[in-house]
Structures are given as C-alpha cells and as structure tokens.
Design a protein around this ligand. Structure first.
Ligand code: 48F
Length: 344
C-alpha cells in the first residue's frame, strides 16, 4: 500500500471505483461538522481519517488509531502529505506574520552593528559582517533593499563595475560580462536581488519601511538610532523607537542622514566631517577611489560607507559605477570588525 493524496485525481478515481469505501466516506462525512472531535478507531490507511479531517477543518480534531503499524509508517506519511492540503483560516495568516515579525523585531532592538540604508554599500557591509558571526541589522526606509542599483544609469538597468570588484561579485554569485577598459556590466536586478539574498542568508536582518529619524548619543558616543515607520516619519506626531548597537554605519547614500543629524547640532565641530553636506562634481575615477579610501569613523561609534563618504567628506560623485560602493561596504566591514574585536 502507498500513501495517498486525497484530492489527487488518482485517489479520487480509486475512491469512486470502490463502492464500499466511497459509501463509508460519504456516510461518515455527512455526519461530521466543522470543529468536531472524532475518534477513528482502526484507521487502516487513513482514508476516513483524512476525509473527516478535511470536513472538520483546523478548528476540530481527528484522533486516528491503527494498531497494525505498516512497515513504512503509512498513516504518518499519508497524514503528512494530506496536511499540506489542509485548510486554514485568515486569522492564522495574520497571527503567523505578527508572531514572526514580533520575534524578529524584538531580537533586533539590540545588535552588534546597525547599518542605516540597504543600498549596495550597506548590504555589502552587512554581508561581510554577518559572515563573521556579527549580529548585524539593516534599517531601510524604502520597500525594497537595493538603493540606487535597480535603475542602473538613467533607468537602463545595467550596472557597471571595475576589475577590483569582480572577486566580490563572484563571492555573492552574481554574473558579469566583460567590456572595455577593465569595466564589466552586471544585470542590475541580479545584483540587487543577489546581494539582498546573500546578505539575509548570511544572517543579517533587513527591516524595511523603517526610516531612521535621529541618532542616539551618550557620553559623546553614538549608541544607536531613533527610527519610525516610513509612512509615519515626518507625517504624523508619533514618536520613534530606538535601536542600539556598538557601531552604527551610515550607508544612506547622498543623504548621509545619520551624519547630518550630528552635524546640524554642531556635534562634528573640528572634525573632517565638519562641513556642509554634499559631494563634488562628477569624476568617476577619483570618486571610486575616494569612497573606499575615506571610509572611517566620523564620530565615536558612527562610521560612513558608500556615497555617504563622499557626501560627508566632499569627495567627487561617480555616477552609475558600483564597484566603489561594494568595496566601500567591504572596507567598512573590515574596519568595524577589527574595532569590535579589539574592544572585546
Ligand atoms: O543610495 P544608495 O544606493 O547608497 P550607496 O549604497 O550607493 C550609492 C549608489 O546607489 C549610487 C551611486 C553609485 O555610484 O552614486 O547613488 O552609497 O542606498 C542608500 C539607501 O539608504 C536608504 C535609501 O532608501 C537607500 O536604499 N536610506 C536613506 N536614508 C535613510 C535610509 C534613512 N534615514 N533611514 C533608512 N534608510
């Protein structure tokens, strides 16, 4: 005897062909009602147990007993197969989301590293930090992680990377095509989606639709951020909640919004970041070098990576070339990791 799938055409034919079995099922299911408790003593292959379970639904129970255990645990296999088809209530979907999200959010109120912005720099940093077993959480204000990757250049969804970043693409399993002058093209969708997938699979958690509104500072050190639902931030008089970490990375791109919340309060006075926010004019070659070489801790506990390096320190903009963003994310991960290790 084989386990069966009750709703499959094969089993329904078998049922229709057996006058005795079909009659038994029809009779018993005509007595059953949603939410009932039923004992099936002598369940055999489990046909009546499954038929009754379908009628009764998740609100009830069928207790099926079969003393003659078949060699390959037939009843268990049958019930498992048919459970995949079991019905469910809408409220169970809601509860599943609430419970899983509550657990995820609650676990991420305190992290080792908080990354603000899930663009190419932020996600690459998260990928390398998470690989080292560091508890890293990304807060992203938009629906989808990926930042400026999706649109390539002028909404042509191809991204360009230079030789130096190919190893990194290979590590995350993103394909690339060789072009001229040591430049390579990458499908922007594959880059954004591939980076997001690897980042999450390595253990980093992305919380999307969360906008960082402010920074937490204690004893002249950044200790976390204040964040709100994007739909609420700056739209309604609702307070944010806080997330804390030993290191915060501003990977918010051109906005450098975490740095800005310190600068507008003059907390960056006398540092290299003590300047009006904004990058210089386009110079792709210099910009790509600047964004990697100038990754740094701009204030105790606060690091910059990606385009926010150029916006904070005045480096040139570079347009739709993404190698520097990825390498900048990798660099900040190395520096933050070595700082956290020293502090331990
Ligand atoms: O802008 P974005 O892609 O920054 P990046 O990683 O890469 C820059 C390139 O995309 C491109 C470029 C290439 O040469 O110049 O611009 O440095 O990703 C930044 C992410 O941060 C999010 C934003 O939605 C985006 O996904 N972000 C910005 N401000 C906040 C934020 C905030 N206050 N809270 C949460 N997320």
């Amino acid at each position: 005897m084989e386990p069966f799938l009750y709703d499959s055409p094969d089993f329904q034919k078998e049922l229709a062909d057996s006058v005795h079995l079909a009659g038994e099922v029809n009779f018993l299911t005509s007595l059953a009602e949603r939410g009932m408790r039923v004992i099936d003593a002598g369940a055999h292959r489990g046909v009546t147990a499954v038929a009754l379970a379908k009628k009764i639904g998740n609100a009830g129970h069928v207790y099926a007993f079969e003393p003659a255990l078949c060699a390959n645990n037939l009843e268990t296999q049958t019930i498992r197969r048919n459970n995949q088809m079991a019905d469910f209530h809408e409220t169970q979907i809601s509860k599943a989301i609430l419970n899983a999200y509550h657990q995820k959010l609650s676990d991420r109120i305190v992290s080792d590293v908080l990354i603000v912005g899930a663009g190419p720099a932020g996600m690459t940093a998260a990928f390398y930090l998470a690989q080292k077993g560091i508890k890293v959480t990304l807060l992203e204000k938009r629906l989808a992680p990926g930042g400026g990757i999706w649109g390539g250049g002028m909404a042509m969804n191809e991204a360009v990377v230079q030789d130096d970043a190919l190893g990194l693409l290979d590590e995350i399993g993103v394909r690339h095509e060789s072009g001229d002058a040591n430049l390579h093209t990458v499908d922007a969708i594959e880059l954004a989606a591939g980076l997001a997938l690897k980042t999450v699979q390595c253990g980093a958690v992305v919380l999307n639709l969360i906008t960082v509104e402010d920074v937490c500072v204690r004893k002249h050190r950044v200790t976390g951020v204040a964040a709100n639902r994007t739909m609420i931030a700056e739209a309604l008089p609702v307070d944010p909640i806080t997330f804390s970490a030993r290191a915060v990375i501003d990977a918010t791109g051109h906005e450098a919004s975490v740095v800005e919340s310190l600068r507008r309060r003059d907390l960056l006075a006398n540092s290299a970041a003590d300047r009006r926010l904004g990058e210089g004019p386009m110079d792709a070659l210099s910009g790509e070098a600047f964004v990697v070489e100038n990754v740094r801790e701009v204030f105790p506990g606060l690091w910059v990576a990606g385009m926010s390096v150029c916006a904070t320190l005045g480096g040139p903009r570079m347009g739709p070339i993404f190698g520097g963003m990825l390498l900048s994310g990798k660099r900040v991960a190395e520096l933050v990791c070595s700082t956290l290790t020293k502090e331990n």
